[in-house]
Write a protein that binds this ligand. Sequence first.
Ligand code: AMP
Length: 191
Amino acid sequence: MSQMLKDDFGFLHVSAGALLREEVEKETTIGEEIKKFIDKGELVPNQFVVEMIKLEVEEKDDFILDGFPRSLEQAKAVEGLQIDMVIFLDVPEDVVVSRFSGRRVCEKGHTYHLKTNPPKQKGICNYDGLPLTVRKDDNPDVIRDRFKVYHKKTQPLLDYYEKEGILVKVNGAPLPKVVYKEVKRVVEERE
Ligand code: AMP
């Protein structure tokens, strides 16, 4: 969804997961530390995440925070940022599992699904021609752990943003094109 919004509206796409994976790729000491959490499906500690996100959006107006915040602590740490809308993509867990299992990504973070959003050329990214691979944390054991973390840490954010009056719920279960139509509509409505 972020990719499509970026293409249509020119928003800056800030993906916490992608930024963290970039740090891991650099094989720095911090990257090695971060990798341990990602591989287990746990949240990377705030000290590595919050400042990183703040730096990315500093002095920027139109941005999408993708996968951030993922906990109340993170939400509170960025209360100073102007967040206009929070889109909750509501998807049943079995659909999420099938999406993760069929997901293929390129090194730069462009994302596909074997069935619902295949690349034009098999195994190759449409954007940059790089080979597509399976994310290490998209395996059944880690997916299960990511769900546990989601329920415990991330789900409470729904109440938090509902109270702020900026939560918009979108049915995320249909095919990407259908979901995007609704996402685009709610974004246009707020623009
Ligand atoms: P994602 O690419 O959004 O699926 O995130 C992949 C992994 O990166 C997560 O399972 C976490 O280990 C880590 N991660 C991503 N976003 C955050 C965040 N906001 N806070 C802590 N860890 C995160």
